[in-house]
Design a protein around this ligand. Structure first.
Ligand code: 8X3
Length: 248
């Protein structure tokens, strides 16, 4: 049996999740690479010497199967699966799209946390990292449904830290600002590459997935009595949500 610490990373098929799986493997973790797309997580797990688990985090039965695959001890859970869909104003938003965002970001995080918490406690030194967003702290035009969902992740993370006080599980929220990944904005704009590219137009060095992976790894490798409550991480060019320096 492996003596490496074990980590679960959801949403590991691309972007921040994939980069986090790589960074954690580099730091000595056995990584359970979790996502819906089997081909991607299998290729990643093969490369990292980890374990691939195909799982839709919104499906309770699949999450139970994930917990069974992980077993009774887990050192680190990174709830990263999530995403933004659409940029409609509240007045025009489709309730079904909001429900989907709430499901993926909030209920998915809830289900995976509930299923894996006993194993985190059993490790005697567990770490839970929820990837929220700056949209979990502020609002912006067109970001209503995503902000509602990510505010939910922020609230869940703070609540968990209170409820787990006295147990050996620390709880961290990482809130990224502008991160340029392969899929985040593409998903938001329903596959419209031009619209996705415009998000980053003229921005000198948006964050990349590896920057957030680095933060997760740092949080998870502090001495266990050190609980980083929350980290907001933006590129230098983004002083605040609406204050983005762009070259013209
Ligand atoms: C990503 C940050 O600005 O798209 O979670 O909401 S933003």
């Amino acid at each position: 049996m492996s003596t490496s610490p074990a980590a679960v990373v959801t949403g590991a098929s691309s972007g921040i999740g994939e980069a986090t799986a790589r960074a954690l493997a580099g730091a000595g973790f056995h990584v359970f690479c979790v996502a819906r797309r089997t081909d991607r997580v299998e290729a990643l797990a093969d490369e990292l010497g980890g374990t691939a688990v195909t799982c839709d985090v919104t499906d309770a039965a699949q999450v139970d199967a994930l917990a069974a695959a992980v077993g009774d001890r887990l050192d680190l859970l990174v709830n990263n699966a999530g995403g933004a869909f659409g940029l409609e104003q509240v007045s025009a938003a489709d309730p079904a799209v909001w429900r989907h965002m709430y499901d993926v970001n909030v209920i998915g995080t809830l289900l995976v946390t509930q299923a894996l918490l006993p194993a985190l406690v059993a490790s005697g030194a567990g770490t839970l990292v929820n990837i929220s967003s700056t949209a979990g702290h502020i609002t912006y035009e067109g970001g209503g449904g995503y902000a509602v969902a990510k505010h939910g992740v922020t609230a869940m993370t703070g609540t968990l830290r209170l409820e787990l006080n006295g147990l050996p599980v620390r709880v961290t929220e990482i809130a990224p600002g502008m991160v340029r990944t392969e899929e985040f904005s593409l998903n938001r704009f329903g596959g419209d590459q031009e619209a996705a590219d415009n998000v980053y137009a003229g921005v000198d060095e948006p964050l990349v997935a590896a920057d957030i992976a680095d933060m997760v790894t740092w949080v998870a490798t502090r001495p266990h009595h050190v609980n980083i409550d929350s980290m907001t991480v933006r590129p230098l060019a983004q002083a605040a949500q609406h204050k983005v320096h762009r070259s013209t």
